[in-house]
Write a protein of this length. Structure first.
Length: 56
């Protein structure tokens, strides 16, 4: 989205409400979770449970 398109979109959204604000959050750090090489622990647990059921 170009800066002009973004400004147009913001103006369009603002026209829908009597009062609206914009909150900007600037993170101090970020973490990349690579799901191709690392699974979240909850998913790992579900995979382990599934594999146990299949072996039973």
């Amino acid at each position: 989205m170009t800066p002009e398109q973004r400004a147009d979109r913001e103006a369009e959204v603002r026209s829908l409400y009597a009062g609206i604000g914009r909150i900007v959050v600037t993170p101090t750090w970020a973490k990349l979770i690579d799901f191709e090489t690392t699974l979240p622990s909850a998913v790992e647990e579900r995979v382990r449970q599934r594999d146990e059921r299949r072996r039973a």
